[in-house]
Design a protein around this ligand. Structure first.
Ligand code: RNT
Ligand code: ZN
Length: 425
């Protein structure tokens, strides 16, 4: 018997849960079918602390930081892919993988970022085809000598700016290649670290240059069947506390003007500001968005995603609007202080559970209360719904999808740690 209980116990719990939800007019099977159609875009960089495979890697810079030294970091594409295969086994549903340009495979040769080509990602494409998963992509504008002073696309130096523009153009070509090869559009996200630690005098010049650089990067029309461009704003980062050039207002305006995607990272705002409240606002003007689901703790921290109230609120915004097709759900966190495979699984499972909770909501009833102005009833019902047997439905879903239910999956990870991860020195 697993920690979640015997098969019959799981089945009985599920049956009772279905009855409980049916009494509220909720069709559990329909919710599970809906959940199975949502792919998460898992971030490859949780497996190796965003180190990547560049021949002359300089170490992580750009105001982001993975802290901790838990053993078992993936050091090669083969190790990273093996770890991901373990993650796929422990997640119900079929998901995508988001790569960073840093993860190019150049056979030990030094290929600078402005010279990257689709062929440097052939290994990932072959692997993705074997596992029938889609790939997303990110240009890497950090951890490089040409971004050492904290500036890339807004840099005053023409040569440096041109280098990063070339990287942006190369990234879009690679993204389009991934989308074409895998028959599923690749979301190609652009985040740059540019910003000031202390109060700048000329913000305008930097933002003007960033706009010009972006215009060059996005000048070439590419088919949306293969490539979906996205830009990611941020309020502040480590070392860019006073001013981030690519701020929220900057990229929101840019995404609307260019009809591209905006990436909302849940760790990129003031601690009292929530992305769940931004989704419906930006979707009034944008066709699609990308989420970078993370967990900020106090400030720019990228902790492992957990099933907290804001995560559920995020999922509810997706579910209530029926917006699964317009919102790409990506994960973005990096914790090097715990087992990295477990960190991936914990965060991804939390996101899926939040979606499940949202899909199991009797939304029409809540909406009716709200329309009547019965806010007492709305609050009372929202609170009571928190006690419904979601766990029983989740465990059933995991087993029915051929993976392990709550508590049991960790045994697999521990075994993998013993056999594989602990041997990496
Ligand atoms: C940084 C952004 C960005 C990165 C990854 C590695 O603040 O969130 O998305 O975390 O691309
Ligand atoms: Zn992000």
């Amino acid at each position: 018997m697993g920690k979640a209980g015997s098969d019959t116990l799981l089945a009985r719990n599920y049956e009772l849960a279905c009855e409980r939800f049916a009494a509220l007019g909720v069709d559990v099977e329909a919710a599970l079918r809906r959940l199975a159609r949502v792919p998460l875009s898992l971030h490859c960089w949780q497996g190796d602390d965003i180190a990547g495979f560049e021949a002359d890697a300089t170490g992580l810079t750009g105001g982001i930081m993975a802290t901790g030294n838990y053993p078992g970091r993936a050091r090669t594409p083969e190790e990273l892919r093996a770890d991901l295969e373990m993650v796929w086994r422990l997640l119900p549903g079929r998901h995508r993988l988001a790569l960073h340009a840093l993860y190019a495979e150049t056979e030990g040769k030094r290929v600078d970022r402005d010279a990257l080509e689709p062929r440097h990602f052939q290994g990932w494409v072959d692997w993705a085809k074997r596992h029938e998963i889609g790939l997303d992509f990110n240009g890497s504008f950090f951890s490089h000598p040409k971004s050492a002073d904290g500036f890339t696309l807004s840099h005053p130096d023409d040569g440096i700016r041109r280098f990063w523009i070339a990287h942006g153009i190369a990234s879009r070509k690679i993204g389009a290649f991934l989308g074409r090869e895998l028959g599923s559009p690749c979301v190609c996200n652009l985040w740059i670290p540019d910003g000031f630690k202390d109060t700048p005098v000329d913000r305008r010049a930097h933002r003007g240059r960033l706009r010009e650089s972006l215009d060059e990067i996005f000048a070439a029309e590419m088919s949306r069947t293969h490539l979906l461009d996205a830009v990611e704003p941020k309020l502040f980062g480590l070392g860019s506390e006073s001013c981030v050039i690519g701020s929220h207002e900057f990229y929101l305006a840019y995404a609307v003007a260019k009809r591209i995607l905006l990436t909302l990272d849940t760790g990129h705002y003031h601690p009292t500001e929530v992305v769940s409240d931004k989704i419906s606002a930006v979707l009034a003007f944008l066709d699609e968005i990308l989420l970078h689901v993370s967990r900020g703790v106090r400030w720019d921290s990228d902790h492992v995603v957990t099933l907290n109230e804001e995560l559920v609120a995020l999922a509810q915004e997706i579910a209530r609007g029926g917006d699964e097709a317009r919102i790409h759900v990506g994960l973005d966190y990096f914790d090097a202080s715990i087992n990295r495979v477990a960190a991936w699984v914990i965060g991804a499972r939390a996101m899926l559970k939040a979606l499940l909770i949202a899909f199991l909501e009797p939304t029409e009833e809540l909406r009716a209360l709200e329309e009547k102005g019965d806010y007492t009833g709305r609050l009372a019902m929202l609170e009571d719904l928190k006690g419904l047997p979601y766990g029983a439905v989740w465990d059933h879903y995991c087993v029915a999808s051929g993976t392990l239910p709550s508590m049991d999956w960790l045994d697999e990870v521990r075994c993998y740690e013993k056999k594989v991860l602990s041997k990496r020195r």
